[in-house]
Design a binder for this molecule. Structure first.
Ligand code: HPA
Length: 268
């Protein structure tokens, strides 16, 4: 990644916004409505930003939404870029570098995920404690962007431990039940086989999904602190005797969006 690429994209955005956001929030499948809650909204479509690809998945709008939530200046990504869409590695890191260059210090990443831990149930919110990159990809492959971070970034506090603890306390205080666990990324776009889910469980995974890990790697690379929240939309393949589909994922995330909204708003 070349810093000029990042600057070209972030300069385009900086010219269009009045306030500098402190926090970035990536909204996962079916969770995009949180952006509607912002005041003093300013929308910038990905397709208008130089160097960004366009987002294609149903339930993902494909735009940055700048505004205020709880008096804090934030930027939300309504829709994200997935590896399974055929995006290049760089395209997965670029939005994070853009947000870094605009000024964010913290990032809240959210996603829809399958529950691998059998004590979970659809509708649970899981605070991500750590991840396993099982997708065989990495957004930092290629020439290192030295201006963003080192060639070999540390990932030992990938999901900031203090913020995990703080998030759990906040959830307690506002009466939102949460679970904690390890997120495993598979490339997708197919859902996993039951055998793969057994393997993930053996490896220590609690939830599985097709996103988030590239963004968290890029965020750690450029020293942005990360909080991750998975919405467990379904039990992973083979746990219940029924097929998986995107409709169920969207329906469950739709059902939990109130508690999800309350939690994220309280964290901000
Ligand atoms: N597997 C992978 N990704 C997902 C799932 C799943 O079961 N549910 C939502 N996203």
């Amino acid at each position: 990644m070349n810093i000029k690429t990042v600057e070209e994209s972030s300069n385009y955005i900086k010219e269009k916004i009045q306030q500098t956001p402190e926090v970035g929030i990536i909204l996962g499948s079916g969770l995009g409505e949180l952006a509607d809650k912002l005041s003093e909204k300013k929308i910038i479509k990905y397709s208008d930003v130089p160097n960004l690809p366009t987002s294609t998945v149903k339930g993902h709008a494909g735009q940055f939404v700048f505004g205020k939530l709880n008096e804090k200046n934030v930027v939300m990504m309504q829709g994200r870029f997935h590896y399974y869409e055929g995006n290049k590695m760089e395209s997965l890191a670029l939005p994070i570098y853009i947000m870094k260059s605009i000024g964010i210090k913290k990032l809240i990443v959210t996603n829809a995920a399958g529950g691998v831990n059998t004590s979970f149930k659809p509708g649970d919110l899981m605070i991500i404690e750590d991840h396993i990159n099982f997708a065989g990809i990495n957004p930092l492959i290629g020439k290192n962007c030295d201006e963003m971070g080192p060639r070999f970034p540390d990932m030992s506090n990938a999901y900031d431990k203090d913020m995990v603890e703080e998030t759990r306390k906040i959830a307690d205080k506002i009466g939102v039940d949460v679970v904690k666990g390890i997120y495993v990324m598979m490339s997708g776009p197919n859902y996993e086989t039951p055998a793969e889910i057994k393997m993930i469980r053996l490896l220590g995974g609690d939830a599985v999904g097709m996103s988030t890990v590239p963004e968290v790697i890029a965020a750690n690379h450029c020293s942005i602190k990360v909080i991750g929240i998975s919405c467990i939309t379904n039990m992973a393949a083979g746990i219940l005797d029924k097929p998986l589909d995107h409709k169920e994922v969207m329906e469950t995330s739709n059902k939990v969006k109130d508690k999800f909204t309350r939690l994220v708003t309280a964290i901000i």
